[in-house]
Design a protein around this ligand. Structure first.
Ligand code: SF4
Ligand code: SF4
Length: 223
């Protein structure tokens, strides 16, 4: 899932400076799971903003709605009849959701209330760890399911650097060496031959925004 964290309150308050009526739009998917931008967090942030602006004798009227997914146009439709009432939209979705909201309502200022952090896993409640950097060329089949792009400090594809030290990475002794872990995992699976396969240098594919069209929908897209 996409993991995010709420921006510092002062930063959000500053973004809203000058607006008197703002709709806070939450997202019910990833950011709700990581307790940052779901219905509850929208209500909490609105209460904080309401209180802070009242204390400044500069009140703001905060509207609230949480859509199923802000990165999906069909779930934004519900906002069409609401946005005209507001001077600006505050979004508690990830960066993709915020941009989709801005794309649907280009005449409205759309302001981010969260910082999108990484693509990760929910290790336990409230504990999230990065696992994937969306490189578009997954090598997990050769690396025992451990991502060298994310877990190795240098993003090395073909074995460890000279700094690997008794299982730790040279950048920090508390940081495991990804390639040590890959070796141990493959050894336990009796698949050490995988480590000898050379992965060619990555053709970086993320300099321009990428598009994925599922095969079944390709015809429809070409019309
Ligand atoms: S190799 Fe790593 S960064 Fe690339 S897609 Fe696989 S998990 Fe993600
Ligand atoms: S010590 Fe291991 S994890 Fe650290 S940079 Fe070198 S290969 Fe990557």
């Amino acid at each position: 899932m996409i993991v995010a964290k709420r921006k510092p309150f002062e930063e959000i308050k500053n973004l809203l400076k000058g607006y008197r009526k703002v709709l806070n739009v939450g997202c019910g998917t990833c950011v709700a799971v990581c307790l940052v931008g779901g219905e509850k967090e929208v209500a909490v942030l609105n209460a904080e903003l309401d209180m802070a602006r009242k204390l400044e004798e500069n009140p703001v009227e905060m509207g609230a709605i949480t859509v199923e997914r802000q990165c999906d146009m069909e779930y934004l439709e519900i906002l069409d009849s609401m946005v005209d009432e507001y001077e600006a939209l505050l979004s508690m979705a990830c960066g993709a959701g915020i941009q989709f909201l801005a794309e649907r309502y280009p005449a409205k200022p759309v302001l981010p209330a969260v910082d999108t952090t990484f693509l990760g896993v929910n290790q336990t409640v409230g504990w999230y760890e990065e696992r994937c950097r969306s490189c578009s060329s997954c090598v997990l089949g050769l690396t025992g399911g451990i991502c060298p792009v994310t877990m190795c400090a240098k993003g090395l594809y073909n074995g460890p650097c000279g700094g690997t030290n008794k299982g730790s990475c040279e950048i920090d002794k508390n940081q495991p060496c990804a390639w040590y872990q890959i070796y141990e995992r493959l050894k336990a699976q009796n698949r050490l031959d995988c480590i000898l396969e050379i992965t060619p240098p990555s053709e970086w594919q993320n300099q321009i925004p990428r598009t994925v069209i599922q095969p079944g929908y390709k015809k429809q897209e070409k019309k």
